[in-house]
Design a protein around this ligand. Structure first.
Ligand code: NAD
Ligand code: IPM
Ligand code: MN
Length: 361
């Protein structure tokens, strides 16, 4: 069977890290005899420039036909002044919602070679392997009503709605518990149930789901404490499950435990396991065009694609092993290099991964 994969390079460093990732994918396919058709399409600022909208109909059509999608990143200062309906980020939210990619897996795993690059002391992060499961198509990102208006006394006002239905909570919680069973069998649900009604319901539904998983240990934590605990003692966590906005924030914090946001991949899954794969980082306008971005988060996202959507676990394992090899060999982009240590370019890092793959495959 030929896998149909859609490539969305996006903006900023997106196309830079994606070029290396596509080359990795092509090599893995060739070595393992995996048949794949790779199509390209536009999303975000690149789509606005070419077609006037961030998630064009042509991209949507290809996305619906694909078995999996791999995305770089979208956004940048060039488009920041646009009306909010056509900002690049709207395209990203649009494709997530259109494809109902409600389950966002963000694994924060410390490669032992990068213990020194972590913001925390090595003993606090050694062996860190935590999975954040973020709800991705609901919550305050999508709640209605939202918008701007004017108050009676003439002030400008902006407002959003934090809302969850029980089915939205249940499906992402089931995903988190199923994943926990395959690893440390512990789930920590993160909410703000001491203040926000939507998260009071969140806690109630999580408790209901947990009844079907007597073998999985459940705990609850308020998001402010969870942020603190992630920095204080991150190894206490196995799987964390949380809503859209809390998951966005906690996963960027978790990234720094692993050395850099340039190391953090993600998978965004629908009910059937179809998915979009993207690094957790953005388009990094401050370094775009310089060829120095770390491509490993996107390359590791490709590994997740082989594992979760394409059922090619040997390809996923090979990519993850190759990343370990290049880190052993001392290849470091600027974001993971120690102070004073030499760093390599995006393309050198990509080529090193491919050279390592030649050996592990
Ligand atoms: P960012 O993640 O783009 O950058 C934050 C910092 O991390 C920057 O200093 C950047 O240089 C660094 N960084 C990020 N990725 C890196 C990599 N691979 N290698 C080395 N360094 C890396 O976040 P931001 O600056 O807040 O956002 C920039 C733009 O990206 C905004 O338009 C934002 O909306 C967008 N964004 C998009 C996505 C996405 O497409 N999934 C995610 C986050 C932000
Ligand atoms: C992410 C990003 C996006 C989000 C933005 C760009 C819409 O920060 O993927 O983490 O908030 O989900
Ligand atoms: Mn984010």
């Amino acid at each position: 069977m030929t896998h149909r994969v859609l490539v969305l390079p996006g903006d900023g460093i997106g196309p830079e890290v994606m070029a290396e990732t596509v080359a990795v994918i092509e090599l893995v396919n060739q070595k393992l005899g995996i048949e794949m058709s790779l199509e390209h399409a536009l999303l975000g600022g690149a789509a606005i420039d070419a077609e006037g909208v961030p998630y064009p109909e042509s991209t949507a059509q290809k996305a619906h036909q694909a078995d999996a999608i791999i995305l770089g990143a979208v956004g940048g200062p060039k488009w920041d002044g646009l009306d909010r309906a056509i900002r690049p980020e709207k395209g990203l939210l649009g494709i997530r919602s259109d494809l109902q990619l409600f389950g966002n897996l963000r694994p924060a795993i410390l490669y032992p070679q990068l213990a020194g690059a972590s913001s925390l002391k090595p003993d606090l992060v050694a062996g860190l392997d935590l999975l954040i499961v973020r709800e991705l198509t609901g919550g305050i990102y999508f709640g209605q009503p939202r918008g701007f208006d004017t108050t009676d006394d003439g002030q400008r006002r902006g407002y959003n709605t934090y809302v969850y239905t029980e089915s939205e909570i249940r499906r992402v919680t089931v995903l988190a518990f199923d994943l926990a069973r395959k690893r440390g069998s512990r789930v920590c649900s993160v909410d703000k149930a001491n203040v926000l009604e939507a998260t009071m319901l969140w806690r109630e539904v999580v408790n209901e789901v947990a009844k079907d998983y007597p073998d999985v240990e459940l705990s609850h934590m308020y998001v402010d404490n969870a942020a603190m605990q992630l920095i204080r003692a991150p190894k206490q966590f196995d799987v964390m499950v949380t809503g859209n906005m809390f998951g966005d924030i906690l996963s960027d914090a978790a990234a720094m435990l692993t050395g850099s946001i340039g190391m953090l991949p993600s998978a965004s899954l629908d009910q059937a396991g179809r998915g979009m794969y993207e690094p957790c980082h953005g388009s990094a306008p401050d370094i775009a065009g310089q060829g120095i971005a770390n491509p490993l988060a996107t390359i590791l996202s490709a590994a997740m694609m082989y594992r979760y959507s394409l059922n090619e676990p040997q390809a996923a394992d090979a990519i993850e092993r190759a990343v370990g090899v290049v880190l052993d060999q001392g290849y470091r982009t600027g974001d993971i290099a120690a102070a004073g240590e030499a760093s390599v370019s995006t393309s050198t890092m990509g080529a090193a991964v491919r050279a390592a793959l030649e050996n592990v495959l």
